[in-house]
Design a protein around this ligand. Sequence first.
Ligand SMILES: [Zn+2]
Length: 471
Amino acid sequence: MHLEFYGGAGEVTGSCHILIVGGRRLLLDCGMIQGGAAPDERNRAPFPFDAAQVDAVVLSHAHIDHCGRLPLLRKRGFRGPVYTNPACRDLARILLADGAAMSERDAERVNRKREKAGDARRVEALYTLEDAMAAIELMRVVRYGKPAEVLPGVEVTFRDAGHILGSASVWLTLREDGVERRLVFSGDVGQYDSPILRDPETGPAADLVLMESTYGDRLHRSREATLEEFGGILRAARRDGGNVLIPAFAVGRTQEILYELAMHFEAWELGDWQVFLDSPMAIETSEVYWKHAELFDEEAQAWRARLRSLPPLPNLKLCRSPDESMAINRITNGAIVIAGSGMCTGGRIVHHLKHNLARPECDVVFSGFQAQGTLGRAIVDGRDYVRIHGSPVKVAARVHTLGGFSAHGDQRDLIRWHSGIPGRPPVWLVHGETAAAEGLRDALRGEGVRAEVAVPGATLDLAAVQPGIAH
Ligand SMILES: [Zn+2]
């Protein structure tokens, strides 16, 4: 009975761990590696195990760094079941289809370039839409709180992780040769008191916790301060004229922003704005969110019941077609435009930035982390000019960063979540950059918890872990 740390150990993306119980192999997540050195090459590299020998997968949530290589796993011979929450399957369908489209576009671009240069070599898309849908077909849904035997000797129970819709922490009971161990895989843990979603749940006592550490060394700005700032920006923007651009991540962040706009419709004087959700993927994702209102927290359920129909704002316009998106470019004043991508690396937000960034009366509101090398980061870093579609564009608009909208819990949230597990079991930290994982390790040790940072490729003998001992 052992656990091998693979992806997501020592870095934030590519979550994937292998559990071997009674000679069978179970994967915990099968995520895509994003960012860092040569991610495409690393994603294409052979798995450090035989895909055809994997018996089942447990999927914590639909973010691409947790499910993005499932199509590849299937393409390479995996045919077993993928256990996950129903809402996670609905979101994964959208995200994997988008990933396939991107991968096919990238491959086409490379091949066109090579053809022009007289290079006969061709690349294949990492996976196609067909591969993505075949992976979705393997998914078997399990609701929160309902134990399921996923392999002989392996029982799992999903609990709401409060991170994105359908996200789960997984409680596993493992039995082999009369030995029983209880393992918890945290998945990604959300913030407490965040809108729409319920607070992260915990469950019964365990022997060992495999825990994420994305923001393990940081504290987020409070939700109240963030909302106050957001409202202030919108009120000032209405007074000063111009448009407000919100680069948004399609899953989670967009729905939170729409929710906060609806909840503060009067207070933030939103009545005479036109609000545009300009992203087919974010629209589709929002529809999945509203469809699964049974997963909302109490406040959001009451709001949803009161409202009855969609969209959630009286002056919200959903822009699906490119024509509807381009029509926004003619508006110079009074438009709030929510469009992807969240880091401005592509998508419709880039066109809106091109039209508004040089205008001092406009505002750009970032709501999430901007990675090195992205257009979003260049704007946030305060550059005077940025390059858009090959041309320099002056940055004259006011630029704001809202700190409290993260889908991830911070150090305090992660420690609070862990303290909800009876016996305060020992922790192995994964899914965080080294500084974040070490920061959380030290904080947990300060609380008297035994904590280690997982090393990629290392194997942990679960039978040797002392059962039920709090340190
Ligand atoms: Zn996530």
